[in-house]
Design a protein around this ligand. Sequence first.
Ligand SMILES: Cc1ncc(COP(=O)(O)O)c(C=O)c1O
Ligand SMILES: [Zn+2]
Length: 396
Amino acid sequence: MKCINCNTIYEYNPFLLLCPKCRNLLEIKIENPSVSWSTWRRRHTGVWRYREALPVPSSVKPITLGEGGTPLVPVEDTRVYIKFEGSNPTGSFKDRGMTIGITIAKNLGTQVVIAASTGNTASSMAAYAARAGLRAVVVLPEKNISEGKLLQTVLHGAYIVRIRGSFDKAMYYTLEVVERLGKLVYPLNSFNPIRLEGQKTVAYEIVDQLGYVPDYVIVPVGNAGNIAAIWKGFKELYEWGLADKLPKMVGVQAEGASPLATAWSRGLEEPVWFEEPETIASAIRIGKPVNWRRAFIAVRESRGLFTTVGDSEILESQKIIARRVGLGVEPSSAAAFAGFLKLVDNRTIDRSSRVVVIATGHALKDPGSMKLHSASTIEVYSLDELARLLVGIAGG
Ligand SMILES: Cc1ncc(COP(=O)(O)O)c(C=O)c1O
Ligand SMILES: [Zn+2]
């Protein structure tokens, strides 16, 4: 393990979450596993296809629900693809990290796992904990958890703790309580680098599916773990000779919750905290991302950028993806596509570029956002009326 700030190296220890020297986050370094694409491609698709690159000993049995192996869907006849993470078992990319996190927790003999969440981590952890026979405790902000995510977490039987305050406070409580209680509870937020090891596999899968590395990978950024995980995945492929180039990483935040993008636009080295983040995209309504340092490193190293989009652009993008591409994505995922449209529009990204947009979660996660779209509901009172209506629709 390596500190992302002072670069000190430590022996691998799944309980070590912060650098003992400088209290920054740690990253897991994987030695070159000396594998080839052909070895990997002989196996089922999914996170565990890339087992040699994961920090789980080969003797450990994975706790899995078949996560990963998600569709890469082209956008009309462009060189743009949407990686649809909504088709993971609980409907978001979190399952990629959770299969690793819960496998490790179970193997350590932990009984209780904990995570602060805006909803998707909660529902994913609840499902995987159920699978493993562990107790899950989710710490949620008092407001704005979408109905789909909350009800999934209820369904899977997690303990639901609601605190008075925002996600950032829920995260602070979780970090503190884990420090206080030691090995009694195992944390599965993305400050735990084990989660990110699962999430990095989306990078492997993109190269696996496309057969090349795209020019840009566009990611919605909240707590900022995922963009760092994906960048780590690409870098590993490159270092191990499994990819011949690296993509530029683009992080998209909602205007009302843009601590990183705001700092980026002002040329600052540190985030501009948002005390009261606001956006319709509740999964990225985060004012103090714990992984901010990792995300800055990812964007800087890859020569990418951060940008912002407004809530109306997010809803418009959700509609375009749903009605032109055919995928239902939640608002945070739509934010990434909105960012892409904006960057093409202002010529930051060339129209002929090869682009992958990460659609992190399914539209069913957030029924409230779907209610905001115009419905074509027509009442009919007779068979004749229905027939006339259909003739009209058929005639365009
Ligand atoms: C659907 C969705 N998109 C994006 C994100 C942001 O990911 P990260 O917190 O790793 O930046 C989340 C996190 O909860 C999410 O649930
Ligand atoms: Zn350090």
